[in-house]
Design a protein around this ligand. Structure first.
Ligand code: SAH
Length: 236
């Protein structure tokens, strides 16, 4: 945790916060913090700055905030469409997405997404938020990505994707005989990354019809979480 993210409910005065639970344990176990220490903090959806620990014991920590005057870093100009990964991978991908500065994520259905993945408790709004917050704390950002769930491929891609992708360059990450993925673009993008088994031909056709073009990253097939990182690092 490189940034302690505070929520409105943590504030006991305009310049004072009280922490318990995970963040308190982290202060003890990882930071090995003590009274008088300064920490980098941020207000969820707001600005960042420093805070000093004025009280610390096993049950709570109290921090006095200096003026929070630093804006969070800019997000990437991208909407990421991701075929729903298996639950363990989903948790990690959500952290990666938040850390790398993706502002909009669509978790979508695809033929090769196992039906049971939709039943996971990790897909609840609270569970998604928890992973996103871990990613924001890692990267020092305060702004939660927007996450949309589109379980059914066809209505999403036919009815909503064209409008969502309008005015952006649309790409489908798909291994095969396609042009190489472009590098260091500065334009708004819509990028679709497939499930472990990959997109099926029908899906590639439908995504193309919505304005996205297939691109490849080379002959090595990457895991979804690695593909997310490799693609974002290469595109921006
Ligand atoms: N067996 C599948 C690969 C799935 S990898 C297939 O052959 O299509 C999971 C997802 O990661 C893919 O759908 C794609 O979006 C992305 N990906 C992984 N490696 C890639 C590569 N070398 N080029 C382009 N996309 C890749």
């Amino acid at each position: 945790m490189n940034l302690l993210l505070l929520e409105a409910a943590d504030l006991i005065a305009s310049d004072r916060a009280r922490l318990q639970g995970r963040r308190l344990r982290h202060l003890h176990e990882v930071h090995r913090a003590g009274v008088g220490d300064s920490l980098r903090v941020g207000l969820l959806e707001g600005r960042m700055g420093l805070a000093q620990i004025v009280h610390l014991d096993e049950t709570c920590a109290e921090l006095v905030l200096q003026p929070l005057d630093q804006p969070p870093p800019a997000k990437l100009p991208i909407t990421l469409l991701l075929a729903l990964p298996r639950p363990k991978m989903l948790k990690r991908v959500l952290q990666t997405v938040a850390s790398m500065g993706v502002p909009r994520l669509v978790l979508m259905g695809s033929y090769r997404v196992e039906k049971s993945f939709w039943q996971t408790p990790f897909l609840s709004p609270e569970a998604i938020r928890e992973q996103l917050i871990l990613g924001l704390e890692q990267a020092r950002d305060t702004v939660l990505p927007e996450v949309r769930i589109e379980r059914y491929f066809k209505p999403f891609v036919e009815d909503r994707l064209p409008a969502l992708a309008q005015g952006t360059q649309g790409l489908i990450a798909h291994p095969g005989d396609y042009p190489p993925c472009p590098r260091a673009l500065n334009t708004p993008l819509t990028l679709a990354i497939g499930p472990e088994g990959g997109w099926i031909p029908y899906e590639v056709e439908q995504l193309q019809r919505a304005g996205l073009a297939p691109v490849q990253l080379g002959e090595r097939i990457l895991r979804v979480e690695t593909a997310v990182t490799a693609l974002l690092a290469r595109l921006f």
